[in-house]
Design a protein around this ligand. Structure first.
Ligand code: 4NP
Length: 162
């Protein structure tokens, strides 16, 4: 029997810009490496304002132009996600703090990691900047950061799954 897939959930605030972008890139890299079946990826937001919506049209446009079409609808993270997933990848430290407060037990809390901890070119805050109220270049920056971080994350997981 093959080992069960490693399950990951990328988490931002609204689940319409940054975390769907990271989820889409991670899935893309997994398929490119021929690793479908070894990983499952999802995303969620700590807020519920955009639940049920598709990714932000600016995120969709940037991602499509760069070869990673996105799908899915936004949802709010819930305590059951700490059982459902092996890792919860927070988009910045504020989201990581929120997730740790939501974790049902200390063991669940250890599943929370910062996505940018896997970035080969990190900044000091390890934050994926929120592009929602900024200009168009913010979406390309988010794409670049998520791409590098997901490459680093996947490389790490291939060495030491889970
Ligand atoms: P995200 O971006 O957390 O990357 O999905 C945001 C989306 C919506 C809002 C803020 C950030 N908002 O305030 O509605």
């Amino acid at each position: 029997m093959p080992p069960p897939p490693v399950r990951l959930c990328f988490v931002c605030l609204g689940n319409i810009c940054r975390s769907p972008q990271a989820e889409g890139i991670f899935r893309h890299l997994v398929e490119r490496e021929g690793l479908a079946g070894s990983f499952e990826a999802d995303s969620a937001g700590t807020g519920a304002w955009h639940a049920g919506e598709p990714p932000d049209r600016r995120t969709q446009a940037t991602s499509r132009r760069r070869g990673v079409p996105l799908s899915g609808t936004a949802r709010q993270v819930e305590p059951a996600d700490f059982d459902r997933f092996d890792l919860l990848l927070a988009i910045d430290s504020g989201i990581a703090d929120q997730l740790r407060r939501l974790a049902p037990t200390p063991a669940h809390r250890t599943k929370v990691h910062l996505l940018r901890a896997y970035d080969s070119a990190p900044d000091a805050e390890l934050a994926v900047p929120d592009p929602y109220y900024g200009g168009a270049t913010g979406f390309d920056e988010v794409f670049d950061i998520c791409w590098r971080s997901c490459e680093g994350l996947l490389a790490q997981l291939r060495q030491a799954p889970g």
